[in-house]
Structure formats: structure tokens, C-alpha cells
Ligand binder design. Structure first.
Ligand code: NI
Length: 173
């Protein structure tokens, strides 16, 4: 497995709608394993393919936080929200492509998501709590949407300028 570099906002690839996965190939399985390793290493609880420069509808997540619960690495291909609750909840979100920036985002508290797994089988599951926030955040990535797109323009511009500065510093280092 290989750690893949995570793209930092602003990057045109983070603003694009990604393509559906049509076939589970060996390369795709490798990518899934790499994405999980990259996510755990970061560390983060979710990662979408465009964040590593792959323009496919594919994401990984594991929102298990306490050490007593076994890890639950999930790989979702072509995930789609098939139902969302009217109840909403607010979480302070962050993103591996927008390091060290956090802001409250309100989303449906519960969602049902349909996806294809690595065996090509269709799966459906209802998520709540942090899992619901995470899966919606990652599906947004597949549609070129970032959590800062939910914020007021001024706040979004402030974060974007910080990220531009961070990228300049990293390029120089
Ligand atoms: Ni993100």
C-alpha cells in the first residue's frame, strides 16, 4: 500500500463532478487500500477519490473513534443519498484538503445511502451521527463541493486565502 498525496484547496480537481465507477478492477482495489491507508495516516475519518487526484465516484470512511470499538473501514463506490431526514444536525467539520480549518455545517441528521462495494454488490445503509455527516461530506466531494461552500462568502474567502498561503509555503519548503 502507498500513501497518496492529498490535494489542498484551492485546486481545480476539487471543484469537478467525478465519473461513475463502471468496473471493479485490481487497480481500483489498490486505490481503495491506498485511500484507506492515506486516510488513517492523516489522520482522518473520510477521504474521497478526487482528494488524491482520481476523478471517480469513490470514497472511504471509518468514523469509529473509541479504541474499544473495532475499526470499520468502508469503501463506497458510486454512493448516493437515497433518503435524508428532515431533522438536521450541526457538526464542526474539517477536511483533509483544508487542513486545520473547522466550521459548523448543518446537514440532515440521518441519511440512507446506496452504493456498490468492492465485490460489485449493491449495499444500502442508514447512517446517523458522525457517520451521517461524514458520508454526506464525502459525497459532496464527488460533486465538486467542499464544506466551506456552505459558509458565508467572507468566511470562505478567508479560509481560501489561508490555504493559498499554506500552499505557497509548502511549495517553497
Ligand atoms: Ni473533505
Amino acid at each position: 500500500m502507498t500513501l497518496r498525496p492529498i490535494l489542498i484547496h484551492p485546486d481545480p480537481r476539487l471543484k469537478k463532478v467525478t465519473d461513475p465507477v463502471t468496473e471493479v478492477t485490481a487497480d481500483l482495489r489498490t486505490l481503495a487500500a491506498d485511500m484507506l491507508e492515506t486516510m488513517y495516516d492523516a489522520p482522518g475519518i473520510g477521504l474521497a477519490a478526487p482528494q488524491v487526484g482520481v476523478m471517480l465516484r469513490m470514497m472511504v470512511m471509518d468514523c469509529v473513534k473509541d479504541d474499544a470499538t473495532p475499526a470499520r473501514p468502508m469503501v463506497l463506490l458510486n454512493p448516493e443519498v437515497s433518503w435524508s431526514s428532515e431533522d438536521r444536525s450541526t457538526y464542526e467539520e474539517g477536511c483533509l484538503s483544508i487542513p486545520e480549518q473547522y466550521a459548523d455545517v448543518e446537514r440532515p441528521a440521518e441519511v440512507e445511502v446506496r452504493w456498490m462495494d468492492l465485490d460489485g454488490a449493491s449495499q444500502t445503509e442508514r447512517f446517523d451521527g458522525l457517520w451521517a455527516t461524514c458520508v454526506q461530506h464525502e459525497i459532496d466531494h464527488l460533486n465538486g463541493k467542499l464544506f466551506i461552500d456552505y459558509l458565508k462568502p467572507l468566511k470562505r474567502q478567508m479560509i481560501t486565502r489561508k490555504m493559498q498561503k499554506l500552499k505557497r509555503e509548502r511549495a517553497r519548503a
